[in-house]
Write a protein that binds this ligand. Structure first.
Ligand SMILES: *Cc1c(COP(=O)(O)O)cnc(C)c1O
Length: 414
């Protein structure tokens, strides 16, 4: 048997069935028409946002990085609960604008922005986080052609990064951002061209569960921004501190202590250098806001034995939920939290391996986990499916249908 991660405390049973947004999962499957289905609970997102806001210094703004989950119905509501959105493509920019978010609250990051994307962003008044000197030139030329004053920030490639196990110094060569030593000259150049310089964006890593590592990165980020600003001789209007907040996917992972991060960040901001006194601060999060808010529901289509092991074969798979198969940014495959949705309260009775319906050995959703006995027709719930799920999976691979997606909100259910 292998351990599975812990199911987030937001989920419970009613009459033995998994409840999502206050109704049974079966009601939602009927509403959506079928499995496989992603269910996203806005109530879970709202509780994370509340926790963030009470833990963090009041002057800090919260942005949502929409690549974590751009599902339109979900995004529309999240957009109204945060202070801004971060996008990483022209398509995401359109989605962000359609969500009702004002252009001056949207920023665009990402290496390799095409001229048409730069043009659309500058025309709309979105802040472009510049990733290189070449991109700065193209952005300035585009702005001139449009007759617009572009809103430009500079993404800095810092000499440090956050790692789950502690902060690593020496970020080194990267396709993202501009090396710190080259930033002052670049900013002076865009100021000289009359651009509306918005400040710095410094993103030092992702999926960190170690509060101390995040605190060390934030401290280094504010210090670096201060040094760069002094060297340029101008105060940056904004400092985007990045994010990096992780969620506990696997057995043994502990949730991130955001209260300790908030407490330390207040001290860091309170003791900042003079040139950053009027600077506004932003944290941008994806995974931490939405990851635990999503559940992937997939129905068992076959149950079989092979060499003494029991396999449950489901109608979903890595084409929808690549991350749970261990093929999205993880070195060793480990089990996401998993349950039999229609026997959510029952004790474990057997050890099974759950595989998806794709004809590849990569399509393994849970390896040798202990679960109540489940049969054909029963529904498996895979948790932690709210971030980097449907849109971060190879949905065209093998020609199966797209997953269905549905948004619920447990706050509005009694
Ligand atoms: C992906 C990304 C994020 C979000 O990262 P999470 O780990 O999901 O919080 C934030 N900012 C930028 C620039 C990104 O590329």
């Amino acid at each position: 048997m292998k351990p599975a991660g812990t199911i987030p405390a937001d989920y419970r049973a009613g009459g033995g069935q998994l409840l999502l947004g206050g109704v049974t999962f079966q009601t939602l499957v009927e509403q959506a028409g079928d499995t496989p289905l992603f269910v996203y609970d806005l109530g879970v997102v709202a509780s994370r946002i509340d926790r963030f806001r009470s833990a963090m210094p009041t002057e800090l703004s919260l942005h949502y990085a929409i690549k974590a989950n751009p599902y339109r119905e979900f995004l529309k509501h999240i957009a109204s609960m945060v202070d801004g959105l971060d996008v990483a493509s022209g398509g995401e920019m359109e989605a962000a604008l359609k969500s009702g978010t004002a252009a001056n609250k949207i920023s665009m990051a990402g290496p390799g922005k095409r001229d048409d994307e730069l043009s659309a962003a500058i025309d709309a008044g979105i802040t472009v986080n510049l990733e290189s000197e070449g991109e700065a030139e193209r952005a300035l030329a585009t702005a001139k052609r449009l007759g617009k004053r572009p809103r430009l920030a500079v993404r800095v490639n810092p000499d440090f990064e956050i790692k789950g196990s502690g902060m690593r110094m020496g970020g080194g060569a990267k396709p993202f951002g501009v090396d710190a030593v080259r930033v002052p000259a670049l900013v002076r150049g865009i100021l000289a061209k009359g651009a509306d310089w918005r400040g710095f964006h410094i993103f030092a890593g992702s999926q960190a569960l170690d509060a101390q590592a995040i605190i060390a990165a934030q401290k280094a980020t504010v210090a670096l921004a201060g040094e760069l600003a002094e060297s340029i001789g101008t105060s940056p209007p904004l400092l985007n501190l990045g994010g990096g907040f992780g969620i506990p996917y696997f057995a043994g992972d502990l949730p991130l202590d955001v209260e300790t991060i908030g407490h330390n960040l207040k001290n860091i901001l309170d003791s900042r250098v003079n040139i950053l006194q009027s600077t506004k601060f932003i944290i941008e999060l994806g995974r931490w806001l939405v990851g635990e808010a999503g559940v992937y529901l997939t129905r068992i289509v076959d149950r079989k034995q092979s060499h003494g092991e029991t396999f449950l074969i489901v109608d979903g798979g890595l084409h929808h939920q690549l991350a749970a198969s261990g093929n999205f940014g993880t070195v060793v495959r480990r089990n996401y939290p998993v349950a039999v949705a229609n026997r959510f309260d029952d004790p474990a009775e057997e050890v099974v391996t759950i595989v998806g319906c794709l004809c590849t050995p990569l399509d393994r959703l849970a390896d040798k986990v202990a679960l109540p006995k489940a049969d054909v027709g029963d529904v498996i719930a895979i948790f932690m499916a709210g971030a980097y799920g449907a849109t971060a999976s190879p949905s065209a691979f093998l020609g199966h249908p797209l997953p269905k997606e549905i948004v619920v909100d447990h706050r509005f259910v009694s």
